[in-house]
Design a protein around this ligand. Structure first.
Ligand code: SAM
Length: 260
């Protein structure tokens, strides 16, 4: 087991709640692993690996995998749950590894790396051997539009400045252009709605905000947090609440590209 804390934790994540209530994120990664089609003996980097659920699935195909994540909390859980696999804390926009990889895989993580998407793609390219694959899924343009619009309105109604949302949800054309400019050939690019049941979120949109945008609540006066989140639920409910429960309005961008 190799642990190298190369960079300090970039983000604050509740890794335990992530696995217990938001396990759907990695559960939805199975088709992406099929697209990756990992072969025994290949070296694969899982970028933004979180708690390592998919990293372990890729390793089970007989590959050698390194999981990298910007959150030390996520990596600590990954190491505990998957002893024998290699994980590292690292920034997707600023890393250089000693080895080169046959493929870089990334599920539900690239949209968190929007500060400098080209830097991320450049780092991935450097990590790949010639002909290496970059296979990923991320939020695409319009992802969680009802959720984020409910947030904006609720913040405004409570007299708060609209929050700076931390995500980057590009259009297919935009991301394909970035990939091509950075030296990739795009082999497949899909852009699709994926309504996602929030089965474990009894508090619906409010639970989603706490998990994925919890840091935005740091600037909210303590006594305002609960009413604010209740209002997010009220505003989001008409679009996202069904008889069966809450369903988030996810839109995904999935691609497979090859290092030219
Ligand atoms: C929604 S989770 C997805 C985790 C995992 N891939 C899965 O499918 O369950 C997004 C992950 O991206 C990581 N992340 C965000 N920004 C990052 C960055 N700049 N560098 C590396 N990892 C980052 C987060 O720490 C988090 O673990």
């Amino acid at each position: 087991m190799a642990v190298r804390y190369d960079t300090p934790s970039l983000m604050r994540w509740n890794a335990r709640a992530y696995d217990s209530s938001f396990g759907y994120v990695s559960a939805h990664g199975a088709p992406l692993i099929e697209l990756l089609d990992p072969q025994p003996g290949e070296r694969i980097l899982d970028l933004g690996c979180g708690t390592g659920v998919l990293t372990a699935d890729i390793a089970a195909r007989g590959t050698t995998v390194l999981g990298m994540d910007g959150s030390a909390a996520m990596i600590e859980v990954a190491l505990r749950h998957h002893p024998g696999l290699d994980f590292i804390v690292g920034d997707g926009a600023n890393f250089r590894l000693l080895d080169t990889y046959d493929a870089v895989f990334s599920n539900a993580a690239l949209h968190w790396m929007g500060r400098d998407p080209d830097a991320v793609i450049r780092c991935v390219r450097t990590a790949l051997a010639p002909g290496g694959r970059f296979v990923a899924e991320m939020g695409g343009a319009g992802n969680c539009a009802a959720l984020t619009s409910a947030m904006m309105t609720a913040w405004r109604e409570h007299g708060l400045r609209e929050p700076d949302l931390p995500w980057y949800f590009p259009t297919p054309a935009e991301y394909a252009t970035r990939l091509e400019k950075c030296g990739f050939t795009v082999r497949l690019l899909e852009y699709f709605d994926r309504p996602t049941p929030l089965d474990e979120c009894q508090n619906g949109a409010a639970d989603w905000v706490r998990m994925f945008a919890g840091h935005l609540l740091d600037d909210v006066p303590a006594e305002t947090v609960e009413p604010l989140l209740r209002r997010v639920n009220e505003l989001a409910a008409p679009a996202l609440r069904r008889e069966s429960g809450w369903v988030a309005d996810y839109v995904r961008l999935r691609f497979a590209a090859v290092r030219a």
